[in-house]
Write a protein that binds this ligand. Structure first.
Ligand SMILES: [Zn+2]
Length: 124
């Protein structure tokens, strides 16, 4: 059953359990290549993760994008509508030492990418 997904609320998922940051979720070096639209993170434990920024936009953890993805299950047409192809990152900033936030060319900037989430994406 997937009822627990609905009842767990729509905020705070990215910040739950703060305090569990170890070397595997702490960047030693972080590069955003705007020209190539890529993010490269060297983690403190020696691993490296690389992402395309389009890939990150599709995984955007903000409430708006999560809502669009959830409703996409009900109406497959919305998958196409929400596809961010062509949207680019124009700038980015660190949120303390636990997350990174991007400014996208369509004005979207509410997604905060927790480093633990990025590490999990990079290893699957
Ligand atoms: Zn979003």
């Amino acid at each position: 059953m997937s009822d627990d997904q609905k009842s767990s609320g729509d905020t705070g998922a990215a910040h739950s359990g703060r305090g569990a940051y170890d070397d595997a979720s702490t960047p030693r070096d972080l590069k955003i290549k705007l020209k190539e639209q890529r993010l490269v993170i060297d983690w403190k434990d020696g691993e490296r993760s690389e992402f395309t920024l389009a890939q990150l936009r599709r995984a955007c953890p903000c409430a708006t994008c999560r809502g669009e993805r959830e409703h996409a299950d009900e109406n497959p047409l919305k998958i196409l509508k929400a596809d961010p192809t062509g949207v680019r990152v124009t700038s980015a900033r660190l949120m303390g030492n636990y997350a990174i936030q991007f400014d996208w060319s369509d004005g979207h900037n509410t997604g905060i990418f927790d480093f633990r989430m990025l590490r999990a994406m990079g290893t699957c």
